[in-house]
Every structure is written in C-alpha cells, then in structure tokens.
Design a binder for this molecule. Structure first.
Ligand code: ZN
Length: 318
C-alpha cells in the first residue's frame, strides 16, 4: 500500500509511526483512562469520612478483594488507595508471588504488566528462572496493618534479591523460604551474594520508562556505578535508601490520565553516583549528631480523612 503513496505522505506516515512507537514506549495506551465520576459518590464518601475514626489500615487491611471500579491510583505512594486493582497471578511462566497469606500481590494493571515484563527479562540471566515477587499492594491499596509506609496506590513492588532457582514453590514454601541479603558493613558494600546478574536485573528494572525510582542500599548503587561500563543514565533512577538489601523496591510513575494520582518529584539530574558514595562515606564514618536536629515526631495513625475522598468510595465499592 505504502509503495503507491506520494513520498510526502510516506514520510508523514513514517513519522507518525515513529511518534506512536515512542509514546507507546513511554506511556502504554489503553490501560489507564480517567476514572468515571459515576463510580464515585463523593457526598456519601464525605459522610463516611466524617464519621470514621478507625485507623485506615484497619479498613483497608481487611479488604480481601479489589473494588469493582475502573483502575485508578488515588493520592500519593504513602497516603492513598487503589481502585480496580489487578492481581498478579500467584505463578506465571517467569515469576512467583511470595508470602501469599499477606494477599499483597495486587496493583494497578500497569504495575502487573511491569512485573511480568521485568520477570521475562530476568529469566534471560543465567541462574535466574525469573523473579520472586514480594509485597506489592493490598487489593484496595491503602495503609497496611504491618510494614511499609508506601505501597498504598498500587505502583510499588518489592523484588527479591534471591535468584529464583525454580518456579514451582508450594504455598508453604513461599511462606517459609527467605530471601538473601546482598550487603555487608551495614550497607556500605555488597557481599558475595551480589552477582553481575543482579546488576543486569536492576539495569533492566530501571530502564523501563514507566519507573519513577528504585530503592536499594547505598553500597549496591556504588557497586553498580563502578561496574557499569556503558551508559550510566539508568542509574539516575536507582536511589540509595535504608534497608533494601533482601529486596529492591520499584516505584512506577503515575499512569497517564490519572489526575488524582500524585507523582514524586523526579530524582535530581545526573547518575547520582557521587550522592550514593556520600551515603557510603556516612555509613563508614558517621557524622556527629546534629544538636539542633528536631526531635523525631511520632508517626500519627493515618485515618480515612487523611486520604483522598475517593478512597472512602473505594472502600464502599463492591
Ligand atoms: Zn518496598
């Protein structure tokens, strides 16, 4: 067909194709549309919020199914909820969800797709049958009864550092098997569990344009900064953080079209390798405590009134 068209049209078509491919790369189309207002009775939601005094984690922690709404992430990673959540199948060709009793293998469909895609890439690494997937979100997101300040809007996932040797673990094995730590010296360095395959899996994880940030202990970031011989730009999204040596944590950007979802500020420009080295230096030689530092405030329990109003409707939905 194209052969018979005038050259200008062919060029225009080629350009359109290139742009379409580009936007398909950056923001997958069709999986997220603006949630219809008809799914949200905000008058009823405000009524519920005004009378609810229970910690929100009790309300969300006891929901065992997703809401029957259009998929939508509401609020921020550490203060929000998830409508129309999708479940990562417990086992797939290149993954297994772990700790099934927690019922945290839920997320926005974009996260489910991301995890499946990454697991297929991981399966190309020697010794990796795919991925063992730790906590994602609860069926309706929200604060959890135990662990995690974030993981509330279906866009965070923990990926185990343990290379999966098999993907036929039973339910019981998935409760009892432990991941492995990859750090030594309190996170200043990697230990002998760290392999070039970890580097490649992290690189694949960070290179997906849907990713906002990946959290991992400082020594791993410095190790990857030192070992990477090619383009280092993917390291920008790999951020040093406390813990995160048994798993790394992937955080996706808000899917397009969801105006009720709040993105985190993008990481500072650059690969962030010097910043990670500074974290390591502070682990090895901790600076003296700042006498003027404000006393840490006890974290207040999140209540329904602290979350977007829509979250009350997410709880109410069938
Ligand atoms: Zn996490």
């Amino acid at each position: 067909m194209i052969r018979h068209l005038p050259r200008t049209i062919v060029t225009a078509l080629a350009l359109t194709g290139a742009l379409a491919a580009c936007s398909a790369d950056n923001r997958p189309v069709g999986r997220s549309a603006a949630p219809p207002a008809s799914e949200y009775d905000l008058t009823a939601a405000r009524e519920i919020i005004s009378t609810s005094n229970e910690p929100a984690k009790q309300l969300f922690g006891h929901k065992s199914t997703a809401s029957s709404q259009t998929p939508a992430s509401w609020g921020f990673y550490s203060k929000g909820c998830l409508a129309g959540g999708a479940q990562l199948p417990e086992t797939g060709p290149t993954w297994q969800a772990m700790r099934l009793s927690r019922n945290r293998n839920w997320g926005h469909p974009e996260l489910i797709d991301y995890v499946k895609t990454l697991s297929a890439k991981a399966a190309r690494q020697p010794g990796w049958a795919g991925l063992y997937v730790g906590d994602m979100s609860q069926p309706r997101g929200g604060p959890m009864l135990t662990g995690h300040a974030s993981h509330q809007i279906g866009l965070d996932a923990d990926i185990w550092m343990l290379p999966p040797s098999r993907l036929d673990l039973s339910r019981t094995e998935r409760e009892n098997l432990s991941s492995i730590s990859t750090r030594r010296a309190n996170g200043a360095y990697t230990n002998s569990n760290w392999t070039p395959q970890h580097h490649q899996v992290l690189k694949a994880a960070a290179s997906d344009p849907r990713v906002a940030r990946i959290f991992i202990f400082p020594g791993a970031k410095v190790k990857m900064c030192n070992d990477e011989t090619g383009d280092k730009s993917w390291l920008r999204k790999v951020r040093p953080w406390y813990g995160h040596h048994y798993h790394f944590h992937v955080r996706l950007n808000c899917p397009p079209g969801l105006s009720g979802c709040t993105n985190q500020d993008p990481p500072p420009p650059g690969d962030g390798c010097e910043d990670a080295q500074q974290w390591v230096n502070n682990i090895l030689n901790p600076p003296p405590p700042d006498p003027n530092a404000p006393a840490p405030q006890p974290r207040r329990e999140i209540r329904l009134a602290d979350l977007p109003q829509q979250c009350a409707a997410v709880l109410q939905s069938q």
